[in-house]
Design a protein. Structure first.
Length: 87
């Protein structure tokens, strides 16, 4: 059975996409970040993040990052516990 070129290309692109996803997730860690103080290596994915900026907190929550506190969070309000950590 001979597939039309459009179907063949669709299967090929889908296969490459899936392979790209699996190789990208395997190669994500460790990561290196370079700043004015040099190169820093993050050995594994963060499990808890404390944000120092309201704007950054919103962005982190939008990508489903494990945010546990924010610099703008005050203790004992509707979104934070007695220590200021997000509920």
């Amino acid at each position: 059975m001979k597939l039309p070129a459009v179907c063949r290309n669709a299967f090929l692109l889908t296969g490459l996409f899936v392979l790209g996803l699996t190789s990208a997730t395997a190669a994500d860690w460790p990561r290196q970040v370079t700043d004015s103080r040099g190169v820093h290596t993050l050995e594994s994915k963060p499990t808890r993040i404390v944000s120092t900026s309201v704007t950054l907190t919103g962005s982190l929550l939008a990508i489903d990052a494990p945010v546990i506190g924010s610099g703008a969070t005050t203790p004992n309000n509707r979104v934070a516990d007695a220590q200021g950590f997000l509920r």
